[in-house]
Design a protein around this ligand. Sequence first.
Ligand SMILES: [Zn+2]
Length: 383
Amino acid sequence: MIRSFKLPNGKELHTPKILLTYTNVEHGMGVKPWEYMKVPGLLFPLNFLYPLFEDGTIRQTLKEFLNLQEETITLLDCDLRYTPHKKRFYTINIDAKLKSLLTGPKLEKIDVEKLKETIFTLKPDMFSIPYYSIKFTDSDSEVRNTNDANMRLLEEFISIFDEIKEFCPIPVIQVGIREKIEDKVNEILDLLGEAGLEEHLFFAYGSHVGYPDRPKKETRHDLLNIRRIREILGDDRYLHGFGIGSYTLVPACIYLGVSSVDSTLWSIKAGMKEIIVPGVAARSLRGSKGRQFLSKEESTITCDCPICNGRKISDVKSTYLDDEKKGRIHNAWVQIKDVEMLTEAIKQKKLFAICKERIERDPKKKSLLEVLQHVHTKLVSLC
Ligand SMILES: [Zn+2]
């Protein structure tokens, strides 16, 4: 959906949008795509930001620390379960051991004041209200515990809404595989309504759509959930889809109703010596096992990114094999341009055709076409 939103800090946000997930702070890889191109948005998982902390306290804003462009929208993802590194715990003063956190949320260990202070210092344009992500593999009791903890966190943050609203707090909607998404959306809307926030515009779906090795059943579930959330929220609200990075599924997720997606693809794939071929998908440059190798036909495709500079993929292949950093720049550029192209496609009513074409190219995801077709038929019948 093409929409414009005004964020509480006055910045304009145009959708659809892609936010590049930035975890490079931790790895010190030093790749800053915004030094090469205009970056529409960046997503920062809170847990990867510990290099910004000194003695447990953050002293710089994201913008200052990374020298970001003014127009780049930043979203801070406060997923408390996402655990790339033990060091993260001291950053938000969660004195929990990795294991205990992974087996169930320990709300009592969370220091809300510290989290609030962290958000105030980082000054993101938007932030997710802290939550523990739910995985479809979680048992029913784990899902129940996580839901309880998340609702308590949400209530706590709603109660201080006036203090935090400048940074655009976003409630995260998520469910276990046996739960109905409608119930969760209504529960959150009720909670906001009770606090006089029925007009709240910004929401996110906590999903992991399209992670390469996820069972199709789960991805199918996520796609349908996105559609259901959009139907309940209506067309005028903003809905971010966490973890929808798959190049194949980004058009479909936008078609089904997300306003923005985030993706680690640009960085992760380059590290695996894979580049995203514009209009195709990620392709391996060295024929790794289980990965789709760049075909002869695909290698004749040209790319206008700052590294390829109009050359054919075959002519720059060795550059990307030698230098992962350059691969990251190429991939970031391709993903950003892709969403620009999808925006044009929406205007020309061609988005559905692109969704189909992209999914049909991927043998592993082909069966998801049925979900899309089902929604499409319903939408067309409503016109
Ligand atoms: Zn390129």
